[in-house]
Write a protein that binds this ligand. Structure first.
Ligand code: NAI
Length: 310
């Protein structure tokens, strides 16, 4: 079971470090345009070999796409001063297309997991460029945002985070939203539980928590320049679910083709992940307000996508 990681920067290397400890992969191959960086990361990661489950970690090349089971793309340019969001999107879109061309040229049978931002648009770009089935070209979506949401709920209610089921859906970005109708603590709806606890400002708290999730990345980037640990672990859950054929539900970015009344765009909804990527969407009845928010996310992403293609 081989994982190829394209982009050995902060996110790629942190994911490699977490994946190596997870034990689901036998081989991790790092690929980066910056050879020195890639060599350094591989050497540093390899010094942990006595402490990981048995694994082979090495610097690779595009040839490694041929027999990879999962290819995780974290390669991208960072936003430069004075550069617009659209400039960055154009740059990263060209990078993703180049990588996907190399992957398809190797006749790879892998599942592609796009992480580079803006992840939903770039997942759509990767899917179109590959010509592959939508099940095999997915994005990291809001798996990270959903874990941030669970963390904040666990702090607020003082309940073990593993007992909380909650999802952030839509765009991985400003239009994402909390699917409160699906959120529960071991089956107990949060409105009900907050009533039991006598929390009368719960409606305001909900808004605060949702905002805090949405702005988490901005805060971390202000503090330390980039985010890497949370996303590294979120990726282990996605890639581990594929390698172990776990049939696990995760909010990855997936190309909708009529589900939720939405088509032709990738965004995050709860998806069942198996050895071939997304096996199916776990459809759910959203409230009217949530459905509108999902459609709003889709419309924003579609606008951005058509700007890019103009
Ligand atoms: P970074 O700048 O540390 O690493 C990016 C790496 O990509 C660099 O080492 C660069 O040399 C490499 N690269 C650029 N073009 C390449 C190409 N054509 N082929 C191979 N390698 C190439 O950036 P960092 O912090 O690792 O972030 C990576 C991406 O992940 C960013 O787009 C960031 O916004 C995104 N991200 C996504 C998250 C999510 O939840 N989807 C969360 C956190 C970050």
């Amino acid at each position: 079971r081989k994982v190829a990681i394209v982009g050995a920067g902060a996110v790629g290397a942190t994911f490699a470090y977490a994946m190596a400890q997870n034990g689901a992969a036998d081989e991790i191959c790092l690929i980066d345009l910056n050879n020195e960086l890639c060599k350094g990361q591989v050497l540093d990661l390899s010094h942990g070999l006595p402490f990981y489950p048995t694994i082979n970690i090495y610097a690779g090349s595009e040839k490694d796409y041929a027999d990879a089971d999962v290819i995780v793309i974290t390669a991208g340019a960072a936003q430069k001063k004075g550069e617009t969001r659209l400039d960055l999107l154009k740059k990263n879109s060209a990078i993703i297309e180049g990588i996907v061309d190399q992957i398809t040229a190797q006749d790879s049978k892998a599942t592609i997991v796009v992480v580079t931002n803006p992840v939903d648009i770039l997942t759509k770009i990767a899917l179109e460029r590959s010509g592959w089935d939508r099940s095999r070209v997915i994005g990291s979506g809001t798996v990270l945002d959903s874990s941030r949401f669970k963390y904040l709920l666990s702090e607020f209610f003082n309940v073990y985070v593993g007992s909380i089921h909650a999802y952030i859906l839509g765009e991985h970005g400003d239009s994402e939203f909390a699917a409160w109708s699906m959120a529960n603590i071991s089956g107990v709806q949060l409105d009900e539980y907050s009533k039991q606890l006598g929390i009368d400002n719960w409606p305001e708290k909900k808004k605060e928590i949702e905002l805090e999730v949405r702005d988490s990345a901005y805060h971390i980037i202000d503090y330390k320049g980039a985010t890497n640990f949370g996303v590294g672990l979120a990726l282990v859950q996605i890639v581990g679910a594929i390698l172990k054929n776990q049939r696990r539900v995760l909010t990855v970015s997936y190309h909708l083709e009529g589900e939720y009344g939405i088509s032709d765009i990738c965004l995050a909804t709860p998806c069942l992940i198996s050895q071939n990527g997304v096996a199916s969407i776990i459809g759910t009845e959203l409230t009217k307000e949530e459905q509108e928010k999902l459609v709003n996310s889709a419309n924003i992403l579609k606008r951005e996508y058509s700007e890019l293609k103009r």
